[in-house]
Design a protein around this ligand. Structure first.
Ligand SMILES: Cc1cc2nc3c(=O)[nH]c(=O)nc-3n(C[C@H](O)[C@H](O)[C@H](O)COP(=O)(O)OP(=O)(O)OC[C@H]3O[C@@H](n4cnc5c(N)ncnc54)[C@H](O)[C@@H]3O)c2cc1C
Length: 389
């Protein structure tokens, strides 16, 4: 069975490693990645704030597993059995799309021209600008009140106390948090001197953000206003939602295309399961699950449905503070939270653990683990698979 995995992020790498581990030589695995190294996306706000990140070569993360690393940009996905990587046709029996998401630069006019974004290239460039802006007590406006926006604003404000940071959000901050969580978040934002403003951004101009009723001037603008799936996925003919996420069944197969699995940010699980949000915490379980399922197929066993429960939200608020908000089975926030330095340590541990898990999967020491609901057992099909290649 020829398996081609597109994307060398969290979901793609764990999928390749788990499949190599479990297929026991019964699958030819190729991982296609645009980059030579693994981008630790969940630390990119730290990079923007001037901290240097550890560079991990994908080749060494896959070493000894038998996975073939193919470096290049995927320019076309044909679900019928072929992808194009920089002009070269690569055939597959099973495809795993793990191309993740990217900052949506087209949602508001002017973002492409006048704003920085929290992706690998842009955040490294922003990091070079911030020291001089901070030295003259300049203004940074972060647009986007989601978790990435909050983490970015707090990281920059803590790293550069001279900076005047404004966090602009279209909705109230921390809507998915408990009262205790929101109150801690607001206290930290106040302590760091971050001004929070609410409003709908119309456009970003040179030096100012235009809202419906006012302008907010800046020396640097950081756009974190939402993520979309790369266009190559949207143009593939696979069924997608408005963010370009591929609609997948409980086995994480694209609807109507049983030979194509989609994992991580690029996937949206439709009924009967609740949709999973974009996040590293879902990308790793999805990737591991599909790796396991493909290994089962290679051994003539049926695929198993994906089962995942969101156990909570972990937010870094700079390096010295954080917020851990546990969630109940129904997705509602628990009344209690972990906060302060302890939460910062827990968050840092979790971030390190994601990479340790990948390194452990390669050595076959550690498996990616996650909390399950137990609600998908009725979807498990007993007996052997007819799909085995
Ligand atoms: C600053 C920040 C903080 C975050 N913090 C958290 C957090 O605390 N918890 C959490 O759960 N999530 C967090 N996230 C979200 C998390 O990073 C993503 O959900 C996660 O990276 C998704 O993993 P993935 O494998 O699906 O995609 P990615 O990690 O995006 O990997 C996709 C890979 O595909 C590659 N690729 C894309 N297009 C192509 C192409 N055409 N050809 C070849 N390769 C291509 C990319 O280069 C990338 O290597 C954060 C995100 C950011 C930006």
């Amino acid at each position: 069975m020829r398996v081609v995995i597109l994307g060398g992020g969290y979901a793609g790498v764990v999928c390749a490693l788990r499949l190599a581990w479990q297929a026991r030589g019964q699958a030819d695995i190729t991982l296609v990645s645009a980059s030579d190294h693994f981008v630790e996306r969940i630390r990119l706000h730290q990079q923007a704030a001037g901290q240097s990140l550890v560079v991990r070569e994908l080749a060494s993360m896959l070493k000894g597993t038998g996975v073939v690393l193919k470096r290049g940009w995927v320019t076309r996905v044909d679900p019928r059995g072929e992808v194009t990587v920089e002009g070269e046709q690569v055939p597959f029996d099973r495809l795993v799309v793990a191309l993740g998401s990217q900052v949506d630069r087209d949602r508001v006019p002017g973002v492409r021209e006048h704003a920085w974004t929290i992706d690998a290239g842009s955040s490294a460039e922003l990091a070079k600008q911030l020291p001089s802006i901070a030295a003259r007590k300049g203004r940074v406006v972060v647009i986007g009140g989601g978790l990435t926006g909050i983490e970015s604003a707090t990281e920059m404000a803590e790293s550069y106390p001279g900076l005047q940071v404004t966090l602009l959000s279209s909705s109230p901050l921390g809507e998915n948090l408990s009262e205790a969580g929101r109150s801690h978040l607001n206290a930290v934002l106040r302590r760091l001197g971050i001004s929070v403003q609410q409003g709908e951004v119309r456009r970003v101009q040179a030096g100012a953000v235009e809202l419906s009723d006012r302008f907010v001037p800046f020396d640097a603008c950081v756009w974190v206003g939402g993520f979309v799936v790369p266009s190559v996925v949207r143009e593939s003919g696979l069924p997608v939602n408005t963010r370009g996420q591929v609609l997948v069944d409980p086995y994480l197969r694209a609807l109507g295309h049983e030979n194509v699995c989609v994992v991580g940010d690029a996937a949206c699980v439709v009924e009967p399961l609740a949709p999973t949000g974009m996040g590293c915490k879902t990308a790793l379980p999805m990737g591991a699950h599909v790796g396991e399922n493909l290994a089962r197929l290679a051994r003539g066993l049926p695929e198993l449905p994906f089962d995942y429960m969101d156990a909570g939200v972990c937010i870094s608020l700079g390096r010295k503070d954080g917020l851990i908000q546990p969630m109940g089975r129904d997705g509602s926030p628990a009344h209690w939270v972990l906060k302060g330095r302890t939460a910062a340590w827990v968050k840092e541990f979790i971030v390190r653990f994601t990479v340790w898990t990948l390194l452990g999967e390669r050595r076959r020491w550690v498996r990616t683990l996650w909390v399950k609901t137990g609600r998908t057992r009725s979807l498990e099909v007993p007996g052997r698979s007819t799909l085995a290649a």
